[in-house]
Write a protein that binds this ligand. Structure first.
Ligand code: ATP
Length: 279
């Protein structure tokens, strides 16, 4: 039976402004989102045994229907009206509940992979529409470009950002995104800030680094601020928490410096540390 193997990349937020709470309980956001080459490995196979099966085997990530990748395959299988089986295996390399968008990226990869395997010929726009019903960050991973994301994160415009090396540090803490938004105190006056669409250098990227969710997550986990300070001390041009945390990244222009810092931090701590390139 036909099989597809794909890589589902993580993301970081160079910027995350929470503009306002919406009547439906979600928040209007303004984010700059960047994919990185830290990826989950996904294998999708058609089978004669009808239905969707997902095997992941990672603590904190459900197998079966609780997995967002299962819901992606199930949605397209229903849409196709076909009576086939889809077997998905996921090797999680992206830390879970870490602000790196791993679940959303797995979901997007499965939508694109099943579209190909079942020869559904859905356009990226149609896949993004299907993805937005599964998770707010899913369309971004189908968009496949650095993006200004607005609305709940699903209204996307391409931005140009210079390539950079990032040192990703996760202190092995899972953070609930819902908890962070519930504990957020909103401040007014964000709309006037015009966010650039072009970042020609690492310095341009570092000039906009800001995340409204940092205060909430750092309030509960002060180690996140310690990691930010540490990354700056060892030479990062800028440092920020990604999404709702708990991952922090430091920005570097040079690969060699990023690798040196990643090696040093992984020797000094039991944190998850990786030097990665932007995509
Ligand atoms: P979000 O902001 O969307 O919560 P995140 O990057 O902080 O994203 P994820 O790693 O996507 O966090 O995980 C969020 C939750 O989704 C986890 O608690 C996990 O149990 C659940 N989940 C379901 N499917 C997956 C998947 N394929 N990969 C990771 N987590 C998944």
């Amino acid at each position: 039976m036909k099989t597809i193997e794909c890589k589902a990349p993580a993301k970081v937020n160079y910027r995350l402004d929470v503009l306002r709470r919406r009547p439906d309980g979600y928040h209007d956001l303004r984010m700059i989102m960047q994919r990185i080459d830290l990826c989950d490995d996904i294998r999708i196979s058609l089978s004669e045994n009808p239905g969707v099966r997902v095997a992941c085997g990672k603590e904190g990530v459900p197998d079966g229907p609780g997995n967002i990748a299962w819901r992606a395959a199930d949605a397209l299988l229903k849409l196709s009206g076909r009576c086939t089986g889809i077997d998905i295996s996921i090797v999680k390399n992206i830390p879970v509940a870490a602000g790196l968008g791993g679940g959303s990226s797995d979901c997007a990869s499965v939508l694109m992979g099943v579209n190909e395997l079942l020869e559904l010929h859905l356009t990226d726009e149609q896949l993004m529409e299907a993805g937005s019903k599964l998770g707010a960050d899913v369309p971004f991973f189908i968009f496949k470009k650095t993006a200004l994301a607005e609305g709940i994160g699903d209204k996307l415009a391409a931005v140009e950002a210079a390539p950079a090396w990032l040192v990703i540090v996760n202190p092995n803490l899972a953070v609930s995104t819902a908890w962070v938004y519930q504990n957020l105190q909103l401040t007014a006056g964000k709309d006037e800030y015009i966010i650039p669409r072009f970042y020609g250098s690492v310095a341009d990227i570092c000039a906009i680094l800001a995340n409204d969710l940092e205060k909430v997550t750092i309030g509960k986990f002060p180690v996140i601020d310690q990691i930010k300070q540490k990354l700056l001390q060892v030479g990062a041009a800028g440092s920020l928490m990604s999404g709702s945390g708990s991952t922090v990244f430091g920005v570097f222009a040079e690969e060699a410096n990023a690798r040196k810092v990643a090696e040093k931090l992984s020797l000094e701590s039991d944190w998850f540390v990786a030097a990665v390139k932007t995509l």
